[in-house]
Design a protein around this ligand. Structure first.
Ligand code: SAM
Length: 245
């Protein structure tokens, strides 16, 4: 999977993405990360990429030309790819949208700064918008990195078996179950006995039950969307009795 990121802060993107499991995937060549700085495509010696907004008002707006040339250079380097503008007015990122992106071999992520980007650049070059939520951050870099990290986790070979994305929250339409590690007792709190029983089937049942119970308590909308089979319903009923809810 290849990500081309159009950003005024390429060092920030490369540095953050260079850590942990995604950093290892980049080193191993499973993920390719290429950055394009619109300043390198500016025609003046100051590397100007922004200007005052028509109609007045505070802040600056990113200009069409340097961004357009950066996007076109990214396309020319590795062939056509959808251009996604990280923007608060896009549809909100979720597992389905991440899954759809992971099915692509390449995406170009466009990061805005300042008050945003000249609308004509969006009309000319952008295929889709994506938001990370109903709030505003200072630039598209963090949202782009959220997208890349979540998509990369679905790319075969990026996660080892032990970290498999199939076990992540939302993979089965459920939240994750609780996790514990040594020591067995912390501040008077014990690890649930089933986890030290050595009974793998009982552990699997308990984890599914916890995932079902927590999803019902914290995100009932997910359960409604997903539905339950008979065994899951029985586990959930038992969980509710145990937790008095
Ligand atoms: N004036 C814009 C508005 O009110 O929608 C906010 C511009 S913001 C300071 C600068 C850039 O950050 C945007 O162009 C976009 O690329 C990115 N950004 C900010 N919030 C975002 C969000 N929730 N999701 C995705 N990108 C976001």
């Amino acid at each position: 999977m290849r990500f081309d990121v159009i950003t005024l802060f390429p060092a920030m993107v490369r540095s953050v993405m260079g850590h942990g499991v995604i950093g290892r995937a980049i080193e191993a060549g499973r993920i390719e990360l290429v950055t394009w700085n619109p300043r390198d495509f500016s025609k003046d010696r100051h590397g100007t990429v922004d200007d005052r907004p028509y109609g007045g008002g505070p802040g600056m707006v990113m200009k069409v030309e340097p961004l357009r040339e950066a996007i076109q250079a990214a396309r020319a380097a590795a062939g056509p790819a959808p251009v996604i503008y990280l923007s608060p007015d896009g549809p909100t990122l979720d597992g389905d949208r991440i899954g759809a992106l992971a099915a692509q071999s390449r995406v170009i992520l466009l990061c805005g700064r300042y008050e945003g980007i000249d609308e004509r650049l969006i009309e000319l070059e952008v295929d889709a918008r994506l938001s990370i939520g109903d709030y505003v951050v200072s630039g598209g870099e963090l949202p782009a990195m959220v997208v890349m990290d979540a998509v990369a986790r679905l790319v075969p070979g990026v996660l080892g078996h032990a970290e498999s994305a199939a076990q992540d929250a939302f993979a089965e339409g459920l939240l994750d179950w609780p996790h514990y590690t040594r020591p067995e007792t912390v501040a008077g709190l014990d690890v649930p006995a089933v986890l030290t029983s050595g009974d793998h089937q009982a552990v699997a049942r308990w984890r599914l039950q916890q995932a079902l119970g927590r999803t019902r308590e914290r995100r009932p909308d997910l359960l409604e969307k997903r539905g339950l089979n008979e065994e899951e319903q029985a586990l959930l009923d038992a969980y509710r009795v145990e937790h008095g809810n």
